[in-house]
Design a protein around this ligand. Structure first.
Ligand SMILES: NC(=O)c1ccc[n+]([C@@H]2O[C@H](COP(=O)([O-])OP(=O)(O)OC[C@H]3O[C@@H](n4cnc5c(N)ncnc54)[C@H](OP(=O)(O)O)[C@@H]3O)[C@@H](O)[C@H]2O)c1
Length: 310
């Protein structure tokens, strides 16, 4: 049996929808069943409650589980959450953990979450369990965070200057995770994964303009303006600082512009271009979907978990 953690989050719920599409049985770990009703309605999904920080709550979730896809929130507790979970999984007889992190995962990184992902990966490698690392680039859904100003002002505001990124579609990551979890030959391997093109923010704006038939502008802002907007939106200061560092690394060129299609090729997944993602979400970017309309005038950036299907 396979367990996906963080199943009610942005990435985790995409993974669970892929299992449902394939009618392949999966356990979905959530902290609260009440807030995960959309998952409960899916076929072949066994919703289980538990808190990864509290092993005593995981007995039912881990019972009969052989493989796990390890995901939790990028927050201050991420290391403790995932390392505690690894210990509990080992004790419960899990054999293999697939860990979702990112392309910039490195013990030397100045970006807090890249460093934490590397620490957790090292902990997993040393745990004696089988491991596989799935390391995607920026999710394309990150641009849905810009919907409030795209709807209100037909513009989005970031401090990335001319930096290029190669964002990847969560649907592609979900297909990759499904393959890594259901095929035996991926143990001990690392899978880097990006979208098919490196694009700067002006090019992203052009793609959204084409998809929506309405001009959207990219406006470069200073790092300080970005930080102020995030603090005003209620983002915790340590996350604002971490994102500020990430922006700085992106401006310098930190490897996120590199296109990695080797995982798509190995696993037989068609790489989704950004244009296709933008078309899929055209009504969100235009503010004509219920979700897009609700973002008009919202604070920025927003919690994407309100999106019906990212
Ligand atoms: N955004 C990107 O561009 C990007 C790119 C590459 C990699 N990543 C990585 O992708 C990962 C997932 O991100 P995401 O956006 O999907 O995060 P998310 O939406 O915050 O989802 C994380 C989920 O983990 C659950 N969780 C947190 N602590 C838990 C605990 N103690 N016990 C049980 N469940 C717990 C949360 O549960 P609740 O619903 O109860 O809060 C939430 O549903 C992160 O590690 C991030 O670093 C992100």
């Amino acid at each position: 049996m396979i367990l996906v953690t963080g199943a009610n989050g942005l990435a985790g719920s995409a993974m669970i929808r892929e299992f449902a599409r394939q009618s392949y049985p999966v356990k979905a770990l959530v902290r609260s069943r009440r807030s995960a009703q959309a998952l409960e309605a899916l076929t072949a999904v066994d919703l289980v409650e538990g808190d990864m920080l509290h092993p005593e709550t995981l007995t039912n979730a881990l019972s009969g589980v052989d493989r796990v896809l390890l995901i939790s929130s990028p927050n201050q507790q991420m290391m403790e959450t995932q390392c505690t979970f690894i210990d509990a999984a080992k004790k419960a007889g899990v054999r293999h953990i697939i860990k979702l992190s990112g392309v910039t995962t490195s013990l030397d990184s100045s970006f807090l979450f890249s460093r934490m992902h590397a620490e957790i990966s090292r902990y997993l490698e040393q745990s004696g369990l089988g491991w596989t690392f799935l390391r995607p680039s920026q999710f394309m859904t990150e641009y849905l965070r810009e919907v409030p100003t795209i709807v209100a002002e037909r513009a989005f505001f970031l401090p990335f200057e001319e930096a290029k990124l190669a964002p990847v579609d969560l649907e592609d990551i979900a297909k990759a995770a499904f393959a890594l979890l259901t095929q035996p030959e991926h143990e001990g391997k690392t899978y880097m994964m990006s979208g098919p093109e490196a694009l700067n923010m002006t090019e992203i704006a052009e793609q959204i303009s084409l998809a929506t038939g309405s001009t959207v502008r990219y406006v470069n802002i200073s790092p300080e303006e970005r930080k102020q907007a995030q603090l005003t939106a209620g983002i915790p200061a340590y996350i604002v600082d971490a994102l500020d560092m990430q922006s700085s690394l992106r401006r310098e060129g930190n490897g996120e512009e590199v296109v990695h299609l080797e995982t798509h090729t190995t696993l037989g997944i068609r790489p989704t271009p950004f244009a296709e993602f933008a078309h899929r979400h055209a009504a969100d970017f235009l503010g004509t979907s219920a979700w897009g309309a609700a973002q008009n005038g919202q604070k920025h950036p927003l919690d994407l978990r309100t999106l019906p299907s990212a």
